[in-house]
Write a new protein. Structure first.
Ligand code: BES
Ligand code: ZN
Ligand code: ZN
Length: 518
């Protein structure tokens, strides 16, 4: 989808479909909705007025009103998209509503469309403070990009319903505002594209996206955007002493892939990063299929385990965006990819492994493989010089039990890293909920015969025992762990997004990294 930004009157723009946002400005609990269009164009307001007067449209989030041949506009169709209550309006609602507009266009065969930048007639200053222009234009473009995707490339009866071009129309604001909108517009393209790249990887079936193939795709992306990328396999794992990662890979005929991507900021001539500048490590769980290994999973729903590499996809996507956003901070991403299979060489319950850090691990369940590959990935990232770590992983079913599918789990050993992540969330609009990983839980992974074991002794607090395991390998390095098991795959269709891979964590990771830039 090509995107354009134009500063001109929406009413005078000729397009097959013009989308404009609306809010409900009614206050009071039981008040009837009072719909206000977020436009300063009288022509647009007049065109929608008769339909709005019927009261049928309530401007709830994702609600759509479609008018053909709107009076006084050059657009062939006018789509009014609800954002919900004005009082609680968020950038995330704008992202979703922009997506809704695109998904309204697609099945109707509309190939070219425009979205009117929300203008603030109806909103008071209190709302505008939370909705800076840069974030607004950015989220519109992100939402549109996410919404444009349908996962039909493997279908022989595929009908191409792509939207070819999207124009963001903003009125002729003053120059500083135009600049802000322009910056957000460009960031939105970069971030939306990165999130879709991650989603594409997650969507791929396990027979196609093997660890080797994941390595190839990461390498191809890095070559395209000018990032350094090395892809290693079994030999390197053995050489580095990655006994935990290697054990997981052993049960499969598919060789593992250790993918290392590096972003070095290019500073102005004569400038260099301070010696003690942070180096950010992005570590991803890249299990391209998780059968559970010898502790095999039940057949029901096992097909879903192709998305067990969503954490690594998030990191690869984030690196793509980082290469384009160019923050002044060094970033290294370590992706640990393997297939967890019960082959004849598979690791077994009861085995004792030696991780790269030297810690010994008793295996109680081979289905707790994600923490094993991450253990070596986190430690390796530290040896490469990372001073701050973040990892993302579809790590535990227990996290899904605890938080459901609205919030992903977040754990951290460092208040500053956590605060930075909260800041990142306020921009990304993604939902993570912090769970504890304090010393009180240390005993949950105590082993009889080794340093630690790879599951908690009981089912209780399974997301926490997994986090406690990872914490052993992060050590004193500030670290954030994202357990995205419940949020990486959407089972429900939404007005703004189809079913399937969500691309969760890409946006937050990008912002977290940027928060370290000097
Ligand atoms: N990949 C799974 C976790 C998962 C579950 C991801 C549901 C997405 C949706 C992970 O490797 C796993 O199997 N974890 C086990 C750990 C247990 C054996 C301690 C789990 O959660 O049951
Ligand atoms: Zn597993
Ligand atoms: Zn897994």
């Amino acid at each position: 989808m090509d995107t354009m930004l134009l500063f001109q009157d929406a009413a005078g723009f000729a397009t097959p479909m013009l989308a404009v946002f609306a809010v409900d400005v009614a206050t009071g609990k039981d008040a009837d909705p009072l719909v206000a269009l977020l436009t300063t164009s009288d022509a647009v307001s007049n065109a929608a007025a008769p339909m709005l007067a019927t009261g049928e449209f309530r401007a709830t989030l994702g609600e759509v009103l479609l008018l053909h041949r709107p009076d006084g506009l050059r657009a062939e169709r006018l789509v009014v998209v609800g954002l919900g209550k004005a009082k609680t309006l968020s950038v995330d609602a704008v992202r979703k509503a922009a997506g809704t507009a695109v998904r309204t266009a697609k099945p109707r065969g509309v190939r070219d469309m425009a979205i009117a930048f929300p203008e603030d007639h109806a909103l008071d200053d209190e709302h505008l403070e939370n909705l800076p222009c840069t974030l607004l234009s950015r989220s519109i473009i992100e939402g549109a990009a996410i919404a444009e995707v349908d996962w039909d490339t493997y279908r022989s009866d595929r009908k191409d319903l792509s939207v070819h071009s999207l124009t963001l129309l903003a009125r002729d604001f003053e120059e500083t505002t135009k600049k802000e909108i322009q910056i957000g517009f460009e960031e939105g393209q970069i971030v939306g594209d990165a999130q879709n790249f991650a989603r594409e990887l997650v969507n791929e079936p396990g027979n196609i996206l093997t660890p080797t193939e994941l390595g190839k795709r990461a390498k191809a992306m890095c070559d395209e955007v000018g990032l350094k990328c090395e892809v290693y396999s079994t030999e390197k794992l053995l050489e580095l002493g990655m006994g935990a990662f290697h054990a997981v890979a052993k049960g499969s005929a598919e060789p593992p892939a250790l993918i290392v991507m590096t972003y070095e900021p290019k500073l102005e001539k004569g400038k260099s990063l301070p010696k003690d500048a942070p180096v950010i490590g992005l570590v991803g769980k890249g299990i391209t299929f998780d059968t559970g290994g010898i502790s095999i999973k039940p057949a029901d729903g096992m097909d879903k385990m192709k998305y067990d590499m969503a954490g690594s996809a998030a990191m690869i996507g984030a690196m793509k965006a980082i290469s384009a956003l160019k923050p002044a901070v060094k970033v290294i991403s370590v992706v640990c990819s393997a297939e967890n299979m019960p082959g004849s060489k598979a690791y077994k319950p009861g085995d004792v492994l030696k991780a790269m850090s030297g810690k010994t691990i008793e295996v109680l369940n081979t289905d707790a493989e994600g923490r094993l590959v991450l253990a070596d990935g986190l430690h390796y990232a530290k040896t490469l010089g990372c001073t701050h770590l973040i990892n993302a992983a579809t790590l535990t079913g227990a996290c899904v039990v605890a938080l459901g599918i609205i919030n992903a789990g977040l754990f951290s050993n460092d208040e500053d890293a956590f605060q930075k992540f909260l800041g990142a969330m306020s921009i990304s609009g993604e939902n993570f909920w912090r769970l504890p990983c304090t010393d009180d839980y240390k005993d949950t992974i105590k082993s009889q015969i080794a340093d630690i074991m790879n599951t908690g002794g009981t089912r209780w607090g399974g997301a926490i025992s997994a986090a406690m395991f990872l914490r052993e390998f992060a050590g004193d390095t500030p670290w954030v762990h994202l357990d995205i098991a419940g949020c990486a795959w959407n089972d429900e269709v939404k007005p703004w997004q189809t079913k399937g891979p969500s691309g969760i964590a890409v946006r937050s990771i990008i912002e977290w990294v940027r928060s370290f830039a000097t």
